[in-house]
Design a protein around this ligand. Sequence first.
Ligand SMILES: C[S@@+](CC[C@H](N)C(=O)[O-])C[C@H]1O[C@@H](n2cnc3c(N)ncnc32)[C@H](O)[C@@H]1O
Length: 270
Amino acid sequence: MSESLNPQPPSASAPAEGAASYTPPKWRTEPRFPDGPAPDPAGSHHERRIRSFQPRRSRVTTGQGEALKRLWGTWGLDIDGHRVIDLKAMFDGLPVVLEIGFGMGEATAQMAAADPGTGILAVDVHTPGQGNLLALAERGGLTNVRVANGDAIILLREMLPPDSLAGLRVYFPDPWPKARHHKRRLIQPEFLDLAATRLAPGAILHCATDWEPYAEQMLEVLTAHPRFENTRADGGFAPRPDFRPLTRFEGQGLDKGHVVHDLLFRRTDS
Ligand SMILES: C[S@@+](CC[C@H](N)C(=O)[O-])C[C@H]1O[C@@H](n2cnc3c(N)ncnc32)[C@H](O)[C@@H]1O
């Protein structure tokens, strides 16, 4: 596995070598909502690793803040990197799909409502979205959604057992259009190496993007990866499956005239 995904093990108490002098700003270390998500619980800011997201402090509405305080203890998961999760216990035995980067969570809530027989572990670092998804899940009486706070890489690498996922969804990951930022893109060979170990054989990795060059990159690296095979016999992009609702980010892309591409690849048995 590449250096970018496999640095020093995460530890909130022991910063990675070379980062000893780093003092995180207060907003990265102080809880914003009592009983809500812990700030950077895995201490990933101490890791010397290129991240696919930009840490930022975003405005949280009163409703989102209330939802975080009230519901996090029941439905939230802090990605602390210190334990392996029993997904069967967490989701009452349902098959579990991981969604990375759910944004504001509207599409996630819709998919959970439409398919109560599947558990969705939804991960993002975006606090307003976490509050929004919790509120949507409560309003919809959804018991098959859990909201995780932190870096999906640490969740996959440290906290999910091998072959444990029935699927992985990455909808409209940050496109990082500038050439010097391409290394931040999530869908890369190293990420696929890791994802392949956590997906069960036969499980589907479903990606979608409205950024043409990123779509081409996704198709190239997925096609080349020995542990994934395209569900499309023609080896190309897939039509949007009915179960994937229009996402917020997708809507913004369509408004700009972007073309959306879906990719559905199966983890092979090997
Ligand atoms: C462009 S938004 C798309 C959101 C949503 N899927 C949509 O289509 O509206 C990408 C999201 O991925 C999240 N993200 C990026 N890298 C991540 C990571 N490594 N772990 C968790 N979330 C991540 C960002 O915080 C952001 O909310």
